[in-house]
Design a protein around this ligand. Structure first.
Ligand SMILES: Cc1cc2nc3c(=O)[nH]c(=O)nc-3n(C[C@H](O)[C@H](O)[C@H](O)COP(=O)(O)O)c2cc1C
Length: 185
């Protein structure tokens, strides 16, 4: 059903806010992004190694749990991202769940650059994938499946090994980083 068919003709207003169709115009697209930004997430850096042996790292907040048995996770990658082709079925990658004091790393790995790993302390995990020191948790995975989803692909990862360091995580909400440190639980 297209979105035209979904509309009944009457505009719905909730607490003074008019509902908008995200495909309508630039303002509605902005409203869509802002509404998505209301969903609070953690922040991860996904690391892998390219076919040519180069270390790859991408900051991603689209990470989520998928299945406990089998152990599966998911995240999505934009088709415009240079490392888009680095996550084929069977390829290994690591989800580094960033800690509250790793905002700088989140920003470093959110930019396209060849020297992203300069000055970043790492160890090598399963199949030589870099693991970033100081994170909250790590999930060592291999790509189980990849699905097209509009301008992103959904990467499903099969988890082979986990580490939980039980630290305060970095949070992302409303386009800004936050931390739970100093707040009442
Ligand atoms: C908080 C935050 C979350 C992000 N989440 C994602 C994401 O889930 N998927 C994605 O493709 N890009 C995401 N990005 C953008 C990528 O990190 C950015 O495009 C990065 O340059 C990709 O690395 P590359 O250019 O080396 O491929 C996010 C950026 C930030 C700051």
């Amino acid at each position: 059903m297209n979105s035209e068919a979904l509309h009944t003709g009457s505009d719905l207003v909730l607490d003074g806010e008019v509902g908008l169709d995200p495909s309508k115009d630039d303002d509605a697209r902005r409203a869509f992004r802002d509404a998505l930004g209301q969903f609070c997430t953690g922040v991860t850096t996904i690391t892998t190694v390219s076919q040519t042996g180069e270390h790859i790292g991408i900051t991603a907040s689209s990470f989520n749990s998928l299945s406990l048995d089998p152990p599966l996770i998911l995240w999505s990658i934009a088709e415009t991202t240079p490392s888009f082709d680095c996550f084929s079925k069977g390829e290994p990658f690591v989800v580094n769940v960033l800690a509250a004091d790793q905002e700088g790393l989140a920003m470093k790995f959110a930019q396209s650059a060849t020297d992203k790993f300069d000055g970043v302390s790492t160890q090598l995990g399963l199949r030589g994938i870099p693991i970033i020191d100081g994170c909250v948790a790590y999930l060592e995975c291999e790509v189980d499946a990849r699905h097209s989803g509009g301008d992103h692909d959904i990467i499903v990862g099969r988890v082979h090994r986990v580490f939980n360091l039980r630290k305060a995580p970095l949070l992302f909400h409303g386009g800004a980083f936050h931390s739970l440190i100093g707040r009442n639980a």
